[in-house]
Design a protein around this ligand. Sequence first.
Ligand code: ADP
Ligand code: MG
Length: 322
Amino acid sequence: MPDTLLIVDNLSATYKLPRGRQLTAVANVSFTVTRGETLGLVGESGCGKSTVARSIMQLLKPAGGSVIFEGRDLASLDAAALRQTLTRLHMIFQDPISSLNPRRKVRDIVAEPMAIAGVGTPEERERRVRIAVEAVSLDPDRVLDRRPHEFSGGQCQRIAIARALIMEPHLVVCDEPVSALDGSVRAQILNLLEDMKARYGLTLLFISHDLAVVKNVSDRVAVMYLGRLCELAPSARLYEAPRHPYTAALIAAIPVMDPGRRHDPLTLLVGELPSPINPPSGCRFRTRCPRAAPRCSEFEPEWREVEPGHFVACHFPLGSST
Ligand code: ADP
Ligand code: MG
């Protein structure tokens, strides 16, 4: 598949906890990202989204599985080759202010990926920094000599985006890029990401706990629950006809401007996310699932394609006769 930019194959990631315990934050997650698309990754806080992002970026060594970017298994690269590859793969973090080094000027922050990759003369770097800063609608003459604390959250996220784009990466992993922003600033940054995507021909992995945000920006959406994927489908199909009860519950929880709409009790999400240290047996969602049956506690549901491009892991998917 020449158009596949990223393959995440059977990825698992664990954290070591005190007293020899360990937490499996991500278990057997597989998906691909196609060149030019935006893949949304959604799920409640704590389900493992950032762990997936950190594993892709090789900030965390996976416990199992592989991350293949542009045909190369990132774990197999030596430090120099990885550094070179990471110029084409960039990450934007949730908290724009703390993701920028407070002691450095905007000029140096935005130029950092070029410095790390060792490209460009000082003049060339300055020229590219100015272009990137202008592209995110900031005025280079007014911002380059200032430091992050002098800017608002939205402006800091613009600076982070400028830095992400300076090397013209092929894939940008956006981990909750607007979750720390509110209202109109959030909309502005989402629009900016769309503009940048068109302008630079980017491919995005767009992570958010907010299905409403993901819906608007994604071509396909993957839904995660307690470290595993439970559904993946083209955006429109996922929202029109979710097959996993968890997805249906997330969709039902999106606020709508319709006072007459009633919540279907079968789609209301009850209870709390169980601890990933001791996940439920069988299907991990069963303790909160309105459709759970004995089989769900005994067997883990298989990941299967229920219609072309629509995958679900559920013993009793919605909209089917079984
Ligand atoms: P999300 O981004 O979806 O909110 P995370 O990937 O941050 O989820 O976390 C997944 C799980 O891993 C959570 O249970 C979280 O508490 C745990 N976790 C995350 N980072 C660490 C860490 N450094 N050490 C131990 N546990 C962690
Ligand atoms: Mg996170």
